[in-house]
Design a protein around this ligand. Structure first.
Ligand code: ADP
Length: 502
């Protein structure tokens, strides 16, 4: 796409998505209001989506509740797996179209969103296979009794999604929720409502019974809050800011909802002097800047052992300076714009804070040239950052990296853990003893050695501390969507003792 055509005002009318997906039907929002979704690379409204409010959310929850008792409740686990498999196939079939929508909504390069949509299908396929392997167990409680557990669905799940990876994170929640027999109300983020409406269409095409999955785009403080507080929602699965998680937890306390929260991180990436320099460098660049830094699991604090420090900092700055910032549909683009003006402004505030704090800026720090519109910011590297400064402590969610030196293993661990977050951590070393020692000490839900952030449907993923609680992915995710019921059957022939008989 040439620059001129990319920036010419489009003649396109905004696409209209004027229905919510509730109880298997496409219904108008009760308020008649719409969410205007902005294409972050052009700043134009590219889609208008029906906006759900508390009443629509209530309709969706009631539908989900009825669906638990309807045909879905009688499906065998294998049949639930088949339905998930069907959905995965449809997502795969429509991958290109879904990826294009996601790129328009959140500005990620098409090559990233394509990968994410394909992976969403993989996630659904994994949980399709898990559906008929959700077993309770037998407990040798007494010789003359049979005791066992049943893993039952929690009930109605409210899934509240962020704007950075809607389809992918939707599959992380839909997969285990449906595999375990729950019903779901999906609330996409107001910045990126479109792709989940499309998922609603695929759910319909797959033939899920009415009400098993409902899609209600809406604003957080209205639709999101209504879902969090609803007395007939049994569980909230949320990905987003920890402050929002705290508000949800409060709202959810009314009926003691189960909650699982994934709330981002400030993840340490530790490079020991005995590491393979080139591998550690290559992985660091992508880990720090992918998705314009709008990812929960970025390597946003890089700690380098003193003998390698200057060389590594200079090399990562040089590589960061070569990252191609561009339009999402240009196949040469490495990273696109921020998803919103608000997020771009936040990133710029942290760059200003970094400058004021006396950290050394090695590259970036401004807006790239050649983009008269769009929420673009240059990949930015700060060295000599104080690990106690706001730049090192707070999640930027933008392409801003803090590089810092350390002197020994003990200090590396101390710096890595001196954070309120604990989602992901990684270390690079050729010393196998150190690899396991440090991995054991890092306070994070996913730690990697000589690689970074191996997020996969088979690996549990979730946070310590402010990064949240509960786990997504792997069989650990199933636990988040099931209640354990213990059943005891007495087999004895003797009369039971009656303590009141005397
Ligand atoms: P960010 O700050 O990165 O935009 P948020 O945590 O605000 O992330 O948003 C993540 C999701 O939480 C979005 O779907 C948003 O609409 C929703 N949300 C925001 N505020 C609330 C709230 N008070 N209750 C429930 N959901 C909310």
């Amino acid at each position: 796409m040439s620059e001129a055509s990319a920036f010419a005002p489009s003649q396109e009318e905004p696409r209209r998505y004027d229905r919510l997906f509730i109880d298997g039907e496409w219904v108008a929002a009760r308020s008649g209001r719409v969410i205007r979704s902005i294409d972050p690379s052009t700043e134009e409204v590219w889609a208008e989506v029906a906006e759900a409010d508390a009443d629509d959310v209530d309709d969706a929850v009631q539908a989900a509740r009825r669906a638990l008792r309807g045909p879905w409740g009688g499906y065998s686990p294998t049949k639930r797996g088949e339905m998930l498999s069907k959905l995965a196939g449809l997502v795969r079939r429509d991958a290109r179209r879904l990826a294009e929508i996601e790129s328009r909504d959140n500005g990620k390069p098409l090559r990233d969103t394509l990968g994410e949509v394909q992976r969403a299908a993989d996630w659904l396929t994994f949980f399709a296979g898990a559906a008929d392997k959700i077993n309770g167990h037998q407990i040798p409680y007494r010789p003359d009794a049979l005791a066992y557990t049943r893993l039952e669905p929690v009930g109605v799940v409210g899934a509240i999604l962020p704007w950075n990876s809607p389809i992918s994170l939707c599959s992380w929640k839909l997969g285990p929720a449906l595999a375990a027999g729950n019903t779901v109300v999906l609330k996409p983020a107001e910045q990126t409502p479109v792709s989940l409406v499309e998922i609603g269409r695929l759910v319909e095409e797959a033939g899920f019974p009415a009400g098993v999955v409902n899609v209600v785009p809406g604003y957080g403080p209205l639709a999101g809050a209504a879902l969090a507080a609803h007395p007939h929602v049994n569980k909230i699965s949320f990905t987003g800011h920890h402050g929002t998680a705290a508000a949800i937890m409060k709202a959810a306390s009314g009926n003691l909802k189960r909650c699982s929260f994934e709330c981002g991180g400030k993840s340490p990436y530790i490079v020991f002097a005995d590491a393979d320099f080139e591998r550690a460098l290559s992985v660091a660049v992508h880990s720090a800047f992918r998705s314009t830094g709008q990812s929960c699991s970025l390597a946003s604090r890089i700690f380098v052992e003193r003998p390698l420090y200057e060389k590594f900092a200079a090399a990562i700055a040089e590589r960061a300076g070569r990252i191609r910032v561009g339009m999402p549909f240009d196949e040469r683009t490495h990273i696109g714009p921020h998803t919103s003006a608000q997020q771009r402004d936040k990133t710029e505030q942290y760059i200003a804070l970094g400058r004021e704090s006396g950290a050394r800026i090695l590259t970036g720090g401004g807006r790239p040239r050649g983009f008269p519109r769009g929420y673009f910011v240059e990949p930015t590297v700060f060295a000599d950052v104080d690990n106690r400064s706001r730049l090192a402590r707070e999640e930027v969610f933008g392409p801003v990296l803090a590089v810092m030196p350390f002197d020994d293993e003990e200090q590396a661990v101390e710096f890595a853990n001196d954070t309120d977050y604990g989602l992901v951590g990684g270390l690079w070393t050729s010393d196998v003893g150190r690899a396991h020692r440090v991995a054991a000490k890092i306070e994070a839900g996913l730690v990697s050695v000589n690689t970074f952030r191996p997020v996969h449907y088979m690996l549990p993923y979730g946070g310590y501390k402010l990064s949240g609680f509960g786990r997504e992915n792997g069989f650990d995710a199933i636990r988040e969507y099931t209640e354990v019921k213990a059943v005891v059957v007495d087999l004895a022939q003797d009369m039971p003792a009656d303590p009141f008989a005397d």
